[in-house]
Design a protein around this ligand. Structure first.
Ligand code: G3P
Length: 308
């Protein structure tokens, strides 16, 4: 699985690129808003810098702001014309459905993908929340599809009555399909959920309290999944599966919030995971790694040291 970095922060991009493991960058308007704050450049220069740091062979996804088919196509063409010559690495991000109200322009994303790819401009279809949205984007010619794992986990937890910040932190792992089946027994009458006691011990406190509340007073069977999707990782796994015959389409596991998701989306066969700097940083830490490093350092004898 390739590693992309999900950030528009120049320092983070430079640092992660220096490790030699990052082969692409993804941004969105929220990340640009954040990254731009810490520069003194004009927006044009700032974007140019991102593209230069990335360099050739390191695709950078940049999202359109228009929501109409025509607007997105025009932006994609203009943007590509101006910025792709810097390092030939511009990928245009198009929301599968750019219409916040799901009424006026809901098909415009798909139409735009179809047209933009016909100009040989690579498209990353974003805000993918179901495998079937990914399927439509792939059929329309997207080169990348980005299922949003973390946001599906948020959605599932919120549907269960859990509040971000109170019952869970956004970075908390939410069990993928198989684990959920082990964690919960759905009772015959389909209105009560009981936790299997052994597994209960393994749940962290916030998750535990959240589930206890749910079990107490809710009608539940169907809220543990979003139309058959049990977690963000499950969304990625099913997207990979549904697109297995689309050899030219890469699945980018996006909205990644913790290292375990990175592992699981890799196991699920995602081609790429786009990972925030903080999550990459967390991957380095393990108590025993640090303990081991300390002990090895203490045990170096001078004769061995002298060899280097
Ligand atoms: O890769 C998409 C991403 O930037 C969204 O992440 O954590 O805001 O859901 P998040």
């Amino acid at each position: 699985m390739e590693i992309y970095i999900d950030t528009a922060d120049l320092k983070e991009i430079k640092k992660a690129k220096s490790w030699g493991i990052v082969s692409g960058i993804t941004t969105n308007p929220s990340l640009i808003k954040k990254g731009y704050k810490s520069t003194s450049s004009s927006m044009g220069k700032y974007i140019k810098e991102i593209l230069e740091i990335a360099g050739i062979n390191c695709p950078v996804s940049l999202e359109v702001t228009a929501t109409s088919e025509f607007g997105m196509i025009e932006q994609a063409k203009d943007f590509h014309d101006v910025y792709n010559k810097i390092a030939k690495n511009v990928v245009i991000k198009i929301p599968i459905n750019p219409d916040p109200d799901n009424r006026v322009a809901k098909y415009d994303g798909l139409n735009a993908i179809d047209k933009i790819q016909s100009y040989e401009i690579p498209v990353n279809a974003t805000l993918i929340m179901t495998p079937e949205q990914a399927l439509l984007a792939a059929e329309a010619g997207a080169k990348y599809v980005s299922p949003f794992a973390g946001r599906i986990d948020d959605f599932l937890r919120e549907r269960l009555g859990m509040d971000a910040g109170r019952n869970f932190m956004k970075s908390d792992y939410w069990p993928a399909d198989g684990d959920l089946k082990k964690l919960f027994k759905i009772s015959e009458d389909a209105t009560k959920l009981t936790l299997e006691s052994d597994e209960k011990k393994n749940l962290n406190q916030r998750f535990h309290i959240g589930i206890e509340n749910i079990v107490k007073d809710s009608p539940h069977k169907y809220r543990f999944h979003d139309n058959g999707i049990y977690s963000g990782v499950d969304l990625v796994a099913k997207t990979v599966d549904i697109l297995k015959d689309y050899k030219d389409v890469k699945v980018i596991a996006a909205s990644i919030r913790n290292p375990r998701q990175v592992r699981e989306v890799a196991l699920a066969g995602a081609h790429i995971a786009t990972i925030p700097f903080k999550v990459l940083d967390d991957i380095f830490y393990h108590k025993k790694t640090c303990e081991g490093a300390k002990k090895f350092k203490e045990d170096v004898v001078p004769e061995y040291e002298a060899l280097f």
